[in-house]
Design a protein around this ligand. Structure first.
Ligand code: IMP
Length: 430
C-alpha cells in the first residue's frame, strides 16, 4: 500500500498522464493537487485517445476515485464539458470528488489573463489564457470565490456581486475594456453549480482517512517543476506549486504520509510559452523533434519549443522534488539521429557551472555545454524490455541516469499504455 507523487521534472508536458495511468491500474485514488485547466494530460489506451484538463487521469480506471483538491483552481465550464465527453464514451465518472476549498475560475479571470498579457507586450509570459494567474492572485488576496460558494447559490450571488464590482473597475479603468455583466455570469454559472454540487466534499478528510486505511494513492502533479511559482523560472512560470511539496500543500495530507516521489522527464526538452530554455534548438533538429514527438500543446495547440535533454535542469528538479526514481518518456522520438546530445553544464558569462539557476536573467545568458553520444537508427516502439533497445539507446538512458544522479524505473517508447519498458517494477508497484 503506498502513496506516490508523480511530478514533472521539466517545463511540463513530460507525459505524466501515461505514468499516472500506469500507476492508476492499482490505485484507489488519483489526486490532482495544483493548477487548473492550463494542464493537459493525454492518455492513449488501444486506439482511443483521452485528453484531460480538469478531471484527473485516474477516472479511466474502474474502482479509482478521482479527486480535485484544495490546491487546484477549478473551471466548472471545463469540468462539465469533460464530464459530458466521458459519459458519451460510456465512462461513468461517478467516482469524482471536488474540494470545496478549490477556487473557481470566473469569466473575469480569463478576461484579465488576456488583458494583463496584452499590457505586458514583449514581456508577456505566454500564458494559456485560462485565467489561472488571476484566479490564484485572488486566492492569495483573499478575494476569491471557492467551490463551497459556487454550490450555495445565494452565497454565490452575493460573492459575485462583491467581486465583480471591483473587477469591473479594474477592467474598465486600468485596461479600458468593457465591463462584464453580473446577470450573464450568474445565469451561466448557476447550472454548473447543480452539476458540480454532488461531487463536493472535504477532500482532505477523505484522503487522510484513505491514507490511514492504507489505500493506494497517486498524487498527479500538473505542469512541471521548472514552472513552479517558487522554484521555477519566475516570472515565466505558472501560479501554482508544481513541485512534489505541492502535493502536501494542495491536499492537506502531511509529508510523512508520502512514500515515494517519481519524477517524469522527457528524453529531450520542451517548453511552451515565453522564458529561457537553454537547450532550445531553433533549427531542423528542433523541428524534427517537434514533428516526431507531436509537440503541440494539449491545451492551446501551440507548437512547443524543442531541444536536447538538459541534465543541469533535470538534476535541479530531482533535488527540489526529492525524486527517488525517474520515468523517462518519449525515447522513441530520438530514433534516427546520427548523434544525440545531452547538456551537462552551462557557460554563463564565460563561467562554467553544473548548477541550475532560477535567476532568470542569468539563465537567459546560459550557453549549453553538450556531451555528444552516438544515436540509433532503429525504431524502438516495439521494445518491451531494456535489452530490446539498441546499445546506443541503452547507453543514452544510462548516461542520463548517471548525470541526474537518480535511477530510472520506466522508459516510454510510444504513446500507448503498453509501449512501456519497466526497469524497476518495485518502485512502480502500488
Ligand atoms: P498559465 O499557467 O496559463 O498562467 O501560463 C504560464 C506559463 O506556464 C506559460 O508559459 C504556459 O505556457 C506554461 N504552462 C502552463 N501550463 C502548462 C502545461 O501544462 N504544460 C506546459 N506549459 C504550461
Amino acid at each position: 500500500m503506498s502513496i506516490v507523487v508523480v511530478v514533472g521534472m521539466q517545463w511540463g508536458d513530460e507525459a505524466k498522464g501515461k505514468v499516472v495511468d500506469y500507476l492508476a491500474q492499482d490505485a484507489d485514488y488519483v489526486v490532482r493537487y495544483n493548477g487548473g485547466n492550463n494542464a493537459g494530460h493525454t492518455v492513449v489506451i488501444g486506439d482511443e485517445v483521452f485528453k484531460f484538463h480538469t478531471v484527473p487521469v485516474g477516472v479511466l480506471n474502474e474502482g479509482v476515485t478521482a479527486v480535485i483538491t484544495d490546491g487546484v483552481v477549478f473551471d466548472p465550464s471545463v469540468f462539465v464539458g469533460e464530464l459530458e465527453g466521458l459519459r458519451k464514451r460510456g465512462i461513468t465518472a461517478d467516482r469524482i470528488k471536488i474540494s470545496g476549498n478549490a477556487h473557481v475560475i470566473m469569466p473575469y479571470h480569463r478576461l484579465l489573463d488576456r488583458l494583463e498579457e496584452e499590457y505586458k507586450g514583449n514581456g508577456k509570459i505566454g500564458t494559456t489564457g485560462r485565467g489561472i494567474g488571476p484566479c490564484y492572485a485572488d486566492k492569495m488576496s483573499r478575494t476569491g470565490i471557492r467551490v463551497w460558494d459556487l454550490v450555495d447559490l445565494d452565497r454565490f450571488r452575493a460573492r459575485l456581486t462583491q467581486c465583480l464590482q471591483q473587477k469591473n473597475k479594474i477592467i474598465t479603468s486600468v485596461y479600458g475594456a468593457d465591463p462584464l455583466d453580473e446577470a450573464t455570469i450568474y445565469e451561466e454559472y448557476a447550472p454548473y453549480a447543480e452539476v458540480v454540487r454532488p461531487y463536493v466534499c472535504d477532500t482532505t478528510t477523505v484522503l487522510v482517512e484513505a491514507a490511514r486505511e492504507c489505500a493506494n494513492i497517486v498524487f498527479e502533479g500538473a505542469h512541471g517543476s521548472l514552472l513552479d511559482i517558487d522554484h521555477g523560472t519566475y516570472p515565466f512560470v505558472t501560479s501554482s506549486h508544481c513541485v512534489s511539496g505541492g502535493a502536501c500543500v494542495g491536499t492537506g495530507v502531511g509529508p510523512t504520509a508520502i512514500d515515494r516521489v517519481i519524477g517524469v522527464a522527457k528524453a529531450y526538452t520542451t517548453r511552451v510559452g515565453a522564458g529561457p530554455c537553454p537547450t532550445e534548438l531553433k533549427d531542423a533538429v528542433g523541428d524534427r523533434i517537434r514533428e516526431r514527438g507531436r509537440e503541440y500543446g494539449t491545451t492551446t495547440g501551440r507548437p512547443r519549443r524543442c531541444g536536447w535533454f538538459d541534465a543541469v535542469a533535470v538534476r535541479y528538479a530531482a533535488r527540489v522534488n526529492g525524486v527517488c526514481s525517474i520515468a523517462l518518456t518519449l525515447l522513441d522520438v530520438l530514433s534516427g539521429f546520427d548523434m544525440v546530445k545531452i547538456c551537462v553544464a552551462y557557460s554563463i558569462d564565460g563561467k562554467e557551472t553544473t548548477e541550475f539557476t532560477t535567476d532568470v536573467d542569468a539563465l537567459w545568458r546560459a550557453v549549453p555545454i553538450y556531451e555528444e553520444l552516438p544515436g540509433w537508427k532503429e525504431e524502438i516502439t516495439d521494445a518491451r524490455v531494456f535489452e530490446d533497445l539498441p546499445a546506443a539507446a541503452r547507453r543514452y538512458v544510462d548516461r542520463i541516469s548517471k548525470l541526474v544522479g537518480v535511477p530510472i524505473c520506466l522508459v516510454g517508447v510510444g504513446p500507448r499504455r503498453d509501449q512501456t519498458i519497466v526497469l524497476d517494477g518495485e518502485v512502480l508497484q502500488m
